[in-house]
Structures are given as structure tokens and as C-alpha cells.
Design a protein around this ligand. Structure first.
Ligand code: IMP
Length: 420
């Protein structure tokens, strides 16, 4: 019985993709199963000079013997999937017998994308990715969504849904446009089936069987806890559960299979879209951090909002998710940082000295400069959770692994220090 959940702990873009890719390689993982979200995600893995951006396909796909599952909790855009698969084929990655898609996952239809775009032009905008994710989940919860298994017999439902979205669409369309959209939709459906059918199966049975027979499985999170529909900064959230509960519902597995929960977070925080961001930076300081961290969307290239690491939020996120270990990414961004580095705690801001050396070649904990180790240890002590992986560069293997025993001795009784 071995299942590890790897989840984002802020607003997405924490570096889950590369942490999953690394963890899979190091721990002989047999299967990576994604439980929520859609093509709104952009999980980046860099190998040498080549960047792989995965949006719906799980981040284990670059390892040849790993099965990759798109679970029932996802809403799938077949055209985005086709593009991803074409890219993988071009790069010589064979996925044929190891990509498995849940027959119960819902399909993002063209009218969902239109509805999402329309919503972003209204007063109710949340700064969505405009991929149709919110409207597709709306239809799912409204019990009128279209599951992959129903694609061959959904024509009447498509008609009803089109009508419904048209009614709620402020810019009501004429009958002729309506008819055109209906035809487009029905034509798309055949294409969707061609794309999806080779991979569709009962993934609930498959994942449970794998776990029961001792396979090592990673449950891949998308987005982050602050974007969770229940626990995030509602209404500025995505429309699914990106926290731990989503693993059970989005894959159909019982909680006792989740043996380890790795929370991924960056050395600072970022957010895309609207919504509260307590530690947000503005002006030249935000530009410096955004540029140092290359904080531009992996798919859209939109500049991300940036700010200091909020440990209060991280603590809450660790509580909700039952995080047992942490993975800290982008520590190298603060190399040669000239001003103080800050983190927000319940006592106010705590600040640290930057380090004046390049840490991208460090592979052992003791190789890190004192200031960097002080920063990491402070976070561990504050949260009382070990940080077992630290990424120090974009390359696949630029990760420092810390033994739990090495960490435990380090978890001192936390003594609060206010900003000096
Ligand atoms: P939606 O998921 O497209 O509906 O967008 C809802 C909110 O979640 C917006 O603020 C998006 O910017 C944000 N969001 C969704 N997916 C991601 C992601 O993978 N990374 C970062 N932000 C995301």
C-alpha cells in the first residue's frame, strides 16, 4: 500500500510538475494519477534545454514505464489533450499503452469555453484561464454535464445545454447562430471520441487494483490550496477541490491509501488572476522578484502577481492537507538578492539576509550557504514539518534531498523573532 499525494500549497505554479517528475524517478513510482482540474494547469519540466509543458497529462509521462491516469475528477478538453499528445509524439515519448482516461471524467464542450470568456467580460470575472473549466464543473454539479462515456449518445443533452447557456448568456445569440453552434458542437463530438477512445477505461478499478497489489502511486494535484473551491479565497478560486479531499473523490480511492502528503511551495508566493494576496509586492520590488523568478505564465505568458511567502497560509494549508513533508522550490531566486528576504508569520514579518553566491550547483544540504540554510530551517521550525526536497534551479536534477533524520535534529523548539 503506497500512495503519495503531491499538492500545491498556494495559488498554483509552485513547481509541482518538476517535483513529481523528480520524485517519480527517485522512488520507482509505477503510476501517476491526476485527480482534478484541466488544461487550466501548466506543469513544466525542464530536461537540458528542452521544456515540457503538461496541462492535462500527468507529470510522470516522461518516465517510460510509468502509467499515467486522468481521473474522474478532471474535466477534459479533448483538443488540448490532442495538442499535448502531438507534442509528446514529436518529442519521441511513447504513451500508447500507459495513458488511461476515466470514462467518468467530464468533457469541456465549445459552449463552456464561450461561457467562460463571456463571464470574464462581465462584473463577475475572477480572472479565469478562459479554458471553460468553471462552466464545465458547473454543468457537472448541475447534473447536466457530459461524461466521456456518454459522448456517443449526448446529442439531446448538448441541445438542452446549448439552450441553457444561451439563456444565461447576456449577449443572446440569434437562431441561425444557435443552429450553427449546435452543428459545430455535434461535429466536434465525433472528433472528441476519436481522440479519447483509445485511452478510456474504468480508472477507479484500475487505480484501486494497482494500489491493492502494491504498486507505488503518486496522486498529482493541480492548482493550489488557495484556489480550492471550498478552502480557497472564494469566489476567486478554481471550480474543483485541489486539496487532499479531491484525491479520494477525483480518483475513487479510500483515504487509507494516502500514506504520504508532500506539500509543494515556493520561496515566495505568486498568484495569477484576481483575489486577495496579503503579502503582494508592487513597483520596482515586484518587478525584481518577477524577473528573477521568471514569473510569467507557462502557457499564457501573463505576468504573475508576486509577494513574500505567507507562512500563516502555508500553515493552514498544511493542516487542511495533512502535509507530512514539504518540497521548497525556487530557492535559487534569492541568490545575490541585495535586500532582506521576508516571510509573513503570525507575529508579523520576519526578515533574512540574502546569500551572495550561486546555489544552482549545490546538491547537498551542507553545500548551501549559511543564510540559505537559516531561511529553510526557520520555515521548518515554524511549521514543524520537515522540508525534504529543495529545488535550486530549473534543471530536472537541481534538487537537494534532505534526509528526514537530518531534518529532525533540526526541528528545534520554535522561538519567534520579530523583524529586526
Ligand atoms: P479557472 O480555473 O480557469 O476557472 O480560473 C480560476 C482561478 O484559478 C484564476 O484566478 C486562475 O488564474 C487560477 N488558476 C487556475 N489554474 C491555475 C494554475 O494552474 N496555476 C495558477 N493559477 C491557476
Amino acid at each position: 500500500m503506497s500512495g503519495t499525494a503531491i499538492l500545491g500549497n498556494f495559488c498554483g505554479d509552485e513547481g509541482k510538475g518538476r517535483i513529481i517528475d523528480y520524485y517519480v524517478g527517485k522512488n520507482n513510482i509505477d503510476m501517476v494519477a491526476r485527480f482534478s482540474g484541466s488544461g487550466n494547469a501548466g506543469h513544466t519540466i525542464q530536461i537540458d534545454d528542452q521544456k515540457f509543458i503538461l496541462r492535462q497529462v500527468p507529470s510522470g509521462i516522461l518516465h517510460p514505464n510509468v502509467n499515467c491516469v486522468l481521473g474522474n475528477g478532471m474535466v477534459i478538453d479533448p483538443l488540448v489533450l490532442e495538442e499535448e499528445l502531438n507534442n509528446l509524439t514529436t518529442l519521441g515519448i511513447d504513451f500508447k499503452d500507459r495513458l488511461l482516461i476515466s470514462k467518468n471524467a467530464h468533457v469541456i464542450m465549445p459552449y463552456h469555453i464561450l461561457a467562460d470568456k463571456n463571464n470574464e467580460e462581465s462584473d463577475h470575472r475572477v480572472g479565469s484561464t478562459k479554458r471553460g473549466v468553471g462552466p464545465a464543473y458547473e454543468d457537472k454539479i448541475g447534473r447536466r454535464g457530459i461524461r466521456i462515456s456518454e459522448l456517443s449518445r449526448c446529442h439531446n443533452q448538448v441541445f438542452r445545454n446549448l439552450n441553457r447557456w444561451n439563456i444565461f448568456n447576456q449577449n443572446c445569440i440569434s437562431d441561425s447562430v444557435f443552429e450553427e453552434r449546435r452543428k459545430d458542437c455535434l461535429n466536434s463530438i465525433e472528433r472528441y471520441q476519436d481522440i479519447l477512445n483509445p485511452f478510456v477505461c474504468d480508472t477507479v478499478q484500475l487505480v484501486n487494483d494497482a494500489l491493492k497489489h502494491g504498486s507505488r502511486v503518486v496522486f498529482e494535484g493541480a492548482q493550489g490550496s488557495m484556489l480550492d473551491i471550498d478552502h480557497g479565497t472564494y469566489p476567486f478560486v478554481t471550480s474543483s477541490n485541489s486539496t487532499i479531499g479531491g484525491v479520494c473523490t477525483g480518483l475513487g480511492i479510500p483515504p487509507q491509501y494516502i500514506n504520504k502528503v508532500i506539500g509543494v511551495f515556493k520561496a515566495y508566493d505568486t498568484r495569477v488572476g484576481l483575489g486577495p494576496f496579503e503579502t503582494e509586492l508592487f513597483g520596482p520590488e515586484s518587478d525584481s522578484l518577477r524577473n528573477a523568478g521568471h514569473e510569467y505564465g507557462s502557457v499564457t505568458a501573463r505576468p504573475r502577481r508576486v509577494g513574500w511567502l505567507n507562512l500563516n497560509w502555508l500553515k493552514r494549508s498544511c493542516m487542511i492537507n495533512g502535509v507530512t513533508e514539504l518540497a521548497l522550490t525556487k530557492l535559487d531566486v534569492f541568490s545575490n538578492w541585495s535586500s532582506r528576504i521576508k516571510v509573513l508569520t503570525s507575529y508579523g514579518y520576519q526578515s533574512f539576509n540574502g546569500w551572495k553566491s550561486d546555489i544552482t550547483k549545490c546538491r547537498k544540504w551542507h553545500e548551501l550557504p549559511f543564510e540559505a540554510r537559516e531561511f529553510v530551517s526557520y520555515i521548518e521550525n515554524y511549521l514543524q514539518i520537515p522540508i525534504t526536497m529543495i529545488s535550486v534551479g530549473p534543471e530536472r536534477n537541481s534538487i537537494i534531498e534532505k534526509e528526514i533524520s537530518q531534518v529532525k535534529g533540526n526541528l528545534l523548539k520554535y522561538i519567534p523573532r520579530l523583524e529586526e
